[in-house]
Design a protein around this ligand. Structure first.
Ligand SMILES: NC(=O)C1=CN([C@@H]2O[C@H](COP(=O)(O)OP(=O)(O)OC[C@H]3O[C@@H](n4cnc5c(N)ncnc54)[C@H](OP(=O)(O)O)[C@@H]3O)[C@@H](O)[C@H]2O)C=CC1
Ligand SMILES: CCCCCCC/C=C/C=O
Length: 377
């Protein structure tokens, strides 16, 4: 009998509101495995169905997201079929893209989109062992069933001492975004000057450090003095608080009087319109994000970019990291190596409890995070 089966057999009742699947009267059971405390699921003591908690988009966001736009629900998961796995989320990611993508791709009532580090708690698929950690793209759910095809294993060389949540941040999608944007889109070269905004966040903090590893001068800006201090601490040559400088134009000129070869733009809007006038001849702009525009109900207007683009013969390219999946393996390997060598530092803003997903998401959009915002279930 496996550790998991022993737990199920022990029937530790931790709640009694009833099974969603068979009867409102049947109590739930704690279901755990040999690797507790990671695994605590809800399982009906009669039919053995697991109940997942999920967050749905109750109401499309208008302007800034608010707690009442979300609703938490319970979903009963069916028993596993051959080839299937039961997983529980251990860390969930909250990312800016959820705001624009919800408008483009979701309808009210859909489970919020997103990725998680999850642990396999039951397996009817011989290719996946119980206890394995994976990265999945299954939205804001505590538990889910998979056939294994949509899961990414953490690299085999992932040390036990390294937080697995980094697979959602510095050694995950945001880190890869920095890697692709700098090396493939900006095509940065040693000796160049790189500008990055939202620099103390998940993507920006990696951008600045990779640019330093690549032999560049790095200028970053962020929305608080403590974030600016953090940027200096992790090696940025120049950093400023874009919210308190008297003039953004002056601050950009002071930080690099000769201008910028590469601009990694996470913010868009007014910042980008001003920064474009500080680009050097043949400068390259990676259009990564436009977070200053995501919550606009009325689209922002110019100034327009054509004149500086022409005079300085600039290149400007938007990109979506998932289109660069052929660089994933190489990128994750390089990021992990730099983290382990101590050349790539990380910080995580960890919010406790699945119930706080909306608060973590809203907080990240407001700039409350230093480094990657994640939720620990
Ligand atoms: N193209 C792609 O494939 C990808 C794009 N992205 C984009 O990269 C950007 C950064 O994402 P990520 O690193 O995950 O998030 P962050 O960890 O950087 O968190 C978001 C940060 O944005 C800043 N911010 C919020 N509102 C504004 C504003 N109005 N003006 C300036 N800064 C603001 C806040 O920091 P502060 O305190 O400094 O204001 C906040 O902490 C986003 O635009 C995102 O959409 C991310 C992943 C993939
Ligand atoms: C599997 C998650 C894919 C995330 C793609 C993110 C693209 C982001 C765009 C802007 O934020």
């Amino acid at each position: 009998m496996s550790a998991y089966q022993r737990w199920v057999a022990s029937d530790v009742v931790i709640r009694s509101s009833g099974c969603l699947f068979c009867s409102p009267l049947t109590p739930y059971t704690a279901l755990a495995s040999s690797l507790a405390p990671f695994s605590i699921s809800l399982c009906c003591s009669f039919c053995r169905m697991v109940t997942a908690k999920v967050w749905v988009l109750k109401k499309h966001f208008e302007g800034f997201p608010k707690p009442s736009d979300f609703e938490m629900k319970q979903v009963a998961l069916a028993n596993l079929k051959d080839g299937e796995l039961l997983l529980e989320s251990v860390f969930l990611s909250v990312d800016p893209y959820m705001r624009p993508y919800s408008k483009r791709d979701m309808k009210e009532g859909d489970v919020m989109i997103g990725t998680q580090v999850a642990r396999i708690v039951e397996s009817k698929n011989p290719a996946f062992a119980v206890g394995t950690f994976v990265v999945a793209n299954r939205g804001w759910r505590t538990h889910f069933i998979s056939d294994g095809k949509d899961l990414n294993l953490l690299p085999a060389s992932w040390p036990e001492s390294l937080p697995k949540s980094l697979a959602l941040g510095t050694v995950g999608m945001p880190g890869l975004t920095a890697y692709v944007g700098l090396f493939e889109i900006c095509k940065m070269k040693p000796g160049e000057t790189v500008l990055v905004n939202a620099a103390a966040g998940a993507v920006g903090s990696v951008v600045g450090q990779l640019a330093k590893i690549g032999g560049c001068k790095v200028v970053g800006c962020a929305g608080s003095d403590s974030k600016v201090a953090y940027l200096k601490n992790i090696g940025f040559d120049e950093a400023f608080n874009y919210k308190t400088v008297a003039s953004l134009d002056e601050a950009l000129r002071k930080a690099s009087p000769d201008g910028y070869d590469c601009f990694f733009d996470n913010v868009g809007g007014e910042f980008a319109s001003i920064a474009i006038n500080h680009m050097k001849k043949f400068g390259r702009i990676a259009v990564c994000g436009a977070i200053s525009q995501y919550n606009d109900s009325v689209p922002q207007k110019g100034p327009y970019i054509q004149i500086p683009m022409i005079f300085n013969e600039l290149s400007m390219k938007g990109f979506i990291v998932s289109s660069w999946h052929n660089h994933r393996e190489e990128g994750v390997k390089a990021l992990l190596k730099w983290v382990l060598e101590g050349k790539l530092k990380y910080h995580e803003q960890v919010t406790e409890r699945f119930e706080n997903m909306p608060a973590a998401f809203i907080g990240m959009l407001k700039g409350e995070n230093l480094g990657k915002a994640v939720v620990k279930v």
